[in-house]
Design a protein around this ligand. Structure first.
Ligand SMILES: [Zn+2]
Ligand SMILES: [Zn+2]
Length: 273
């Protein structure tokens, strides 16, 4: 939902990259989240008129470790939600056919199959041939990409709805070949769409975003109190940190790119109580 809204420090060292391990094609769609998340996914999937075939590329989780493993990137701790489009095909073949890979149903308690996602193109094929080809496809083919979504597990009920809608707008943009970046969370064209699709007043949604962010911050602070306060020598903006920076970091307020002229300085270390 706001994967960058509260992060204005350019510091890739805190987001180490690892090899993505997305869920296997035959486990999709995968919903590792609450029933509320599943209900809103189905609701806004329909409302945004997303193709059923795209659900065979969809995996959703409320577990940050899942998302880290799937995408290879650690989430911003403040993120309330996140959408990641992950290309997965390594061959130049490009002829992958997800249409024959049927979604599995009910293999575990938390792996829900969305009721709206039951269109199975393999049904239209001769069953025997379909079964043989499907085995081959499962072994050889990959849908070529994944739609990966994270939804924070501690969101308020309205926050769950709006976050699901928000991440599906990103997914819809991607499906239409027009991914948008945020200019400013709560005030850009994506938030206009978000208000339109959910039918909620934009000001209510901005207040919700502030409230959810504050709650997330409080949760984090209880778990990991700040111990270091860095400051920009130019503008004075403070950057409280749980750990020391492992490398020089510059002020994102003064320059969105790394700029050695605005290196942050450690102002104080807060004693642990
Ligand atoms: Zn977003
Ligand atoms: Zn600054």
């Amino acid at each position: 939902m706001l994967s960058n809204s509260t992060r204005d420090v350019r510091d890739t060292s805190s987001h180490p990259f690892r090899v993505p391990e997305p869920p296997a094609p035959d486990s999709l769609p995968l919903i590792n989240a609450s029933a509320e998340v599943a209900v809103w996914l189905e609701h806004y999937w329909d409302k945004l008129r997303l193709p059923a075939s795209e659900a065979l590329r969809l995996a959703v989780t409320d577990d940050r470790r899942d998302f880290h493993r799937w995408t290879g990137r650690r989430l911003n701790p403040l993120a309330l939600g996140c959408y990641c489009y992950l290309p997965t095909l390594r061959s130049s073949d490009g002829s992958s056919s997800a249409t024959l890979t049927a979604p599995t149903t009910g293999t575990s308690r938390r792996q829900l199959t969305l009721p709206g996602f039951c269109e199975n193109p393999a049904n239209s094929i001769d069953e025997t041939a379909g079964r043989a080809v499907r085995g081959l496809e499962t072994a050889l083919a990959d849908p070529g990409y994944r739609h990966l979504i994270f939804v924070d597990p501690e969101l308020l009920p309205l926050g769950i709805e709006v976050t699901v809608a928000h991440e599906l707008i990103h997914l819809s943009d991607r499906v239409q070949g027009n991914p948008r970046k945020h200019r400013c969370h709560g005030y850009d064209s994506i938030s206009v769409d978000e208000a339109a699709i959910t039918g909620h007043d934009p000001e209510v949604l901005r207040a919700l975003l502030r409230e959810e962010t504050a709650r997330r911050e409080a949760t984090l602070r209880n778990a990991r109190p700040y111990r270091y306060i860095y400051a920009c020598p130019q503008c004075g903006k403070e950057y409280p940190r749980v750990r020391r920076y492992s490398r020089p970091v510059s002020c994102g307020h003064c320059d969105r790119a790394y700029n050695a002229a605005f290196l942050l300085k450690l102002r104080e270390a807060v004693p642990q109580s």
